[in-house]
Design a protein around this ligand. Structure first.
Ligand code: HPA
Length: 278
């Protein structure tokens, strides 16, 4: 399978999607682990399984469906990615972020990313969402930055600014929606680690000391590429488990998926509320 993509590769997939839809969505939404039920609320959906799209990387993980759902939500045309692939599956960063490039070629201007995350902040109660205000690009610091390699000038500059990777206006809007709906909405810094191992207690204490509030295995590469291509980004983590800084309990994928079911309706309310205001 290809790991380096040209604009023509991206356009070919974008054209395949375009040929099956009659709307021009400007909002993309990525659903993380356990949040698949959100895509069931899309009205007039066109469903495109990832395996129908030539060269689209396919997920291997249970709990991650693999389809695009294009339709309407709260009066907005949206393109929903139900399931994503991860670096830990063995994919290259270029593959992990290919969908973002395709969205950019499709004309998607705003990206809403969700994920399941472990709460490092000890005030976080699992089952509640966290607004991502910033991220720690741990993988990128170590070299696995999705923009490593020749710059694609068509999308953006060689050295993109990341001082506002999460759009301030979207953050404000989301805060307002949570307040109006009486939803608990934490805020904080998300870190993406490679996975697939969950963290050791020492990892978690280290991350807590570095000012991280939530930990996961996705999102950051996508957000970097989205910013590079000029998209506005809103990031929301569903806190599915609290991290055990002293090894008090185990973390399991089942727990992540189960709590995702409690989180899905809350995340949906939040996202619907935001969409109404865009
Ligand atoms: N760690 C990493 N990724 C995760 C976690 C976690 O505790 N929970 C959900 N995704």
């Amino acid at each position: 399978m290809k790991t380096k993509y040209t604009i023509e590769d991206m356009d070919r997939i974008a054209d395949e999607i375009r040929s099956r839809i009659s709307v021009q969505p400007e909002i993309g939404l990525i659903l993380g682990s356990g949040l698949g039920p959100l895509s069931e609320s899309i009205e007039n959906p066109t469903i495109i399984p990832y395996h129908d799209l030539t060269g689209w990387p396919l997920s291997t993980v249970e709990g991650h469906a693999g389809e695009l759902v294009i339709g309407n939500l709260e009066g907005q045309d949206v393109l929903v990615m139900n399931g994503r692939i991860h670096y830990y599956e063995g994919y290259e960063m270029s593959q992990v972020t290919l969908p973002i490039r395709v969205m950019q070629r499709l004309g998607i201007k705003t990206l809403i990313v969700t994920n399941a995350a472990g709460g490092i902040n000890q005030d976080f109660v699992p089952g509640n969402p966290m607004l991502i205000t910033d991220h720690l690009n741990f993988l990128g610091m170590a070299g696995a930055n999705p923009l490593r390699g020749p710059n694609l000038d068509e999308f953006g500059t060689r050295f993109p600014d990341m001082s506002q990777a999460y759009d301030r206006e979207l953050i404000e809007i989301t805060r307002g929606v949570a307040k109006e709906q009486g939803l608990t909405l934490y805020e904080g810094v998300y870190v993406c680690l490679s996975g697939p191992t969950f963290e050791t207690p020492a990892d978690l204490r280290f991350l807590a000391g570095a000012g991280v509030d939530a930990v996961g295995m996705s999102t950051v590469p996508e957000v970097i590429v989205a910013n590079h291509g000029g998209q506005r980004v809103l990031g929301i983590s569903g806190i599915t488990n609290s991290s055990n800084l002293y090894g008090e309990a185990e973390t399991t994928h089942e727990e992540v998926i189960e709590t995702g079911l409690i989180l899905a309706p809350k995340m949906m309310d939040l996202i619907r509320g935001v969409l109404r205001l865009l």
